[in-house]
Ligand binder design. Sequence first.
Ligand code: CP
Length: 329
Amino acid sequence: MISAPGPTISASAAPTAWNRKHLLGLEDLSRDEILGILDTAESFAEVSTRSRKKVPVLQGRIVFNLFFESSTRTRTSFSLAAKRLSADTQDFTASASSLTKGESFIDTAKNIEAMGADVMVVRHPTPGTPHLLAKHVRSSIINAGDGAHEHPTQALLDLMTIRRAKGRIEGLTVGMVGDISHSRVARSNLWGLTKLGARVILCGPPTLVPKSMERLGCEVAYHLDDVLPQCDVVNVLRIQFERQERALFPSVSEYSQLYGMTHERIRKAKDDLLVLAPGPINRGVELTPEVADGPHSAILDQVTNGLAVRMAVLYLLSGKMEPKGGGEA
Ligand code: CP
């Protein structure tokens, strides 16, 4: 049991099967491990409601944010999560580092490790970068988004938001709409949702939703108006123009007409449809402002839940961090 002001965060909140040093993706996590993170995140959500929002579970630990791509939510949320657990945090800015003088990525990481980093939170445009790093340093590695591959903490906060709103995940129909091909959020959500028993439908233009993804245990559809009435949840994904090498649909306005989440479309959906979007959102492209800010939207709840999820992940990984002085676990 780890003492904290007020109620305690119990080590028994962690699933007994939790024995991992890194969080690289949801593909290799079991159903029980995912549920264990979600349950632990619920404990940490309570911490954020206290007047003193800090617990000493990572005191003396150092968490480095290594972001090689822009971020608003993930970077700040990890930073705040680490601070709430009483860790020291440090942001690393690639463009202002000696990478620009030719130092290699691995040498850079080894230097950060030499400063005592217990955790490196890594976002990189190249898929597999966090996995590579995990082979070269002793620090725990958390994947904060690697190219179009995975974004595990985004999927976990999406799962937490769905479970809080609907009371369950098993048996729900979840539509993911938009640029599936280039989306790490789609991949991580697909692993998480199917492991927890949801029916997943991927929907978008054929050039952005490969039929081959059906092999991963989901359905693929191209007509949102057919899919939407079946959905309990719809996760609206951004068009990742920065990852597209050529135009994959005729125009943004045509895309919005066929796949944009509008007030008129939502009127044909279930009354309690939950609308998620990982952000950043492009108002008027993937969804209209009235949907983004409307009663079905849980977009800002996702951000709030992200903090609890990231606290939970840091806490669970701390069980496998190398011991430091001062008698800490
Ligand atoms: N959803 C998400 O990853 O947002 P950021 O790119 O702002 O971190």
